[in-house]
Design a protein around this ligand. Structure first.
Ligand code: SF4
Ligand code: SF4
Length: 135
C-alpha cells in the first residue's frame, strides 16, 4: 500500500468508511493527516512526515512508543518510522561507489552562482592586495 493510500485508508477507518465524512472532516487544526485525507498529493507536503507526525501524536509524542507500536493492522503502521518501506534498493558495491562518485561530482560542481561568487572573491582579494601595495 502506498503512503497516500495508507492515509486515505486511515481516514476512512476514522470515519467508519464514509467518504463524505472524510471530506467534511473539520479536524484541520488537530489532525496531521487532514491536508492529505482525500488521497491526493499536496505540493511541498511530505506524506512520510505527515504520517510520522500523526503517529507521534497517537503515541504520546515519543519515538520509542511509535517504534514499539503493536497495532500492525493500522494502515499507517509500515510508514510510522518516517521511512518508505517500499524503497529498498539492492545495490552492489560497484553501484554504491558509482552513486557516491556521482553525488560527490554533483555537489562539488560549480554552478553559475558558485562561479560568480568565486570570481567576486578573487576580485576582492586582488583589489585588497592592490590597495595594500599602493599604501
Ligand atoms: S484527517 Fe484525521 S480526523 Fe480527519 S478523517 Fe482523517 S484521521 Fe480522521
Ligand atoms: S501505526 Fe501505531 S502509532 Fe501510528 S497511527 Fe497507527 S496505531 Fe498509532
Amino acid at each position: 500500500m502506498s503512503a497516500t493510500k495508507a492515509i486515505r485508508t486511515k481516514c476512512l477507518d476514522c470515519c467508519l468508511g464514509s467518504k463524505n465524512e472524510v471530506k467534511l472532516c473539520a479536524s484541520e487544526r488537530i489532525c496531521a493527516l487532514h491536508p492529505l485525507r482525500l488521497g491526493k498529493p499536496v505540493e511541498g507536503m511530505s506524506r512520510l512526515k505527515v504520517i510520522r507526525e500523526y503517529c507521534l501524536g497517537c503515541s504520546e509524542g515519543t519515538s520509542k512508543a511509535v517504534s514499539e507500536c503493536e497495532f500492525t493492522d493500522c494502515p499507517l503502521y509500515a510508514y510510522r518510522l518516517g521511512k518508505n518501506p517500499n524503497r529498498k534498493l539492492k545495490l552492489t558495491d560497484e553501484q554504491r561507489k558509482d552513486r557516491a562518485n556521482r553525488l560527490r561530482e554533483a555537489t562539488t560542481k560549480r554552478t553559475p552562482v558558485k562561479r560568480y561568487l568565486a570570481e567576486q572573491t578573487q576580485e576582492a582579494i586582488a583589489s585588497a592586495a592592490y590597495a595594500k601595495e599602493s599604501t
